[in-house]
Ligand binder design. Structure first.
Ligand SMILES: Cc1cc2nc3c(=O)[nH]c(=O)nc-3n(C[C@H](O)[C@H](O)[C@H](O)COP(=O)(O)O)c2cc1C
Length: 365
């Protein structure tokens, strides 16, 4: 039924029900019985053991209000945000559009979120009421629209500072197409300044809280040349980051098949979903090649089934994320993917996901 509603309203409704259902232990149990896969496909990475490779991509839970729900429906980790230093409304509505024909979404949300202070309060309350979440919580760091690009490092690192206690990993997002000039920050100078600023906050908090520093990843856009990608990956490695998330939404479009689709495709914003699947897999393949498979990659973009998930893992991704699949396939997506990946491992006579990561490259030597 949610398919027939305005995309953003459907999104809010789904989150509302997930939040409600997961706040009672009985319905939480029902959710996990329905949607959690029995099988484990563990991945050791970033100082954690992930139950399996599939987690929630950024943008779905901007307010960090669904943590119990994401765990209940079987995700192995959840990325909250994008959170920006300042609270912001985002772009005027409507700003999210669905193409059912192409299984694609176009959004120009513009980092609508409660801001780092409020999200920190939400997480604090959650941790006090329910304890530390049972799945790793990742935080997607965005930049406030009001902050000039020259001060971007302050915006990113302030958010990181406010959320440091609650996040297990932080993703620097300089790749959303919906904040004016944000993607300009994907150059070496600005990016290293932002990472250095976040690293300093990381070290400070690690000392204060007497615990190890947290992994910092950079999320890249799929709309760039190989040379630019190489520069970003090199900058991330040289600045001490722990991995790359590939990819964010694309500004490219698919050929519309009818008038309604043409209208959707003409909307400005970033496109996600099925049309992105091959591009993002090729980005993963390129990053794996550039880094000789030595720099962890989180694969995201168009994963709708286990076949797509397998393609991204064998191209070089260690972990995976999805957003659009929840809209088009519903909450059973995680279960389906894990089941399908287990089958793929059996077919290839492999015993762990680790053995499958970058498998496509093994014959290259
Ligand atoms: C409505 C919407 C909002 C998003 N917001 C963010 C965001 O705040 N930060 C971010 O890094 N990515 C954001 N994304 C991108 C997703 O995390 C993901 O990279 C992209 O949608 C591709 O994955 P998918 O094809 O599985 O949806 C958003 C995507 C959508 C559809």
């Amino acid at each position: 039924m949610l398919k027939f509603q305005d995309s953003e309203k459907a999104h809010h409704r789904s989150l509302f029900y997930l939040k409600k259902l997961s706040s009672f232990s009985v319905s939480r149990f029902a959710l996990s019985t329905l949607y959690q896969n029995k099988q484990d496909l563990p991945v050791e990475l970033f100082g954690h053991t992930f139950k399996h490779p599939f987690g929630l991509a950024a943008g779905m839970d901007k307010k960090a209000e669904g943590l119990l729900g994401w765990q209940a429906i079987g995700l192995s980790f959840a990325e909250i945000g994008g959170v920006t230093m300042l609270e912001q409304q985002g772009n005027p509505k409507p700003r999210m559009f669905r193409s059912d024909k192409h299984k694609a979404l176009i959004n120009r949300m513009g980092f609508n979120n409660p801001g780092s202070e409020k999200v920190s309060q939400t997480l604090d309350l959650h941790f006090k009421k329910y304890g530390t979440p049972k799945i790793p919580v990742w935080v997607n760091l965005g930049k406030s629209k009001l902050t000039d690009n020259s001060d971007a490092h302050i915006d990113y690192s302030t958010t990181m500072d406010r959320l440091w206690e609650y996040g297990d990993l932080f993703v620097i997002n300089v790749s959303s197409p919906n904040t004016p000039n944000l993607r300009d920050l994907q150059n070496q100078g600005d990016l290293s300044k932002i990472i250095a600023s976040c690293m300093a906050i990381n070290e400070k908090n690690s000392k204060t809280h007497l615990c190890p520093s947290k992994p910092i990843l950079v999320k890249v856009a799929p709309d760039m040349s190989l040379a630019q990608l190489e520069m970003i990956v090199k900058t991330a490695i040289d600045s001490g980051c722990s991995g790359i998330v590939a990819t964010n939404t694309t500004v490219s479009r698919v050929e519309p098949v009818n008038g309604k689709e043409a209208k959707t495709m003409a909307e400005t914003g970033g496109m996600s979903g099925l049309p992105l699947v091959d591009t993002s897999t090729e980005f993963i393949r390129m990053i794996y090649k550039i880094t000789d498979g030595k720099f962890p990659i989180v694969g995201v973009g168009g994963i709708m089934n286990a076949e797509h998930a397998w393609q991204k893992i064998t191209a070089g991704a260690s972990l995976l994320q999805g957003y659009s699949a929840f809209v088009f396939q519903g909450p059973s997506i995680s279960k389906d993917i894990v089941k399908g990946l287990a089958k793929k491992l059996r077919e290839h006579k492999l015993t762990s996901i680790k053995q499958a990561i970058g498998l496509d490259h093994r014959g290259d030597d």
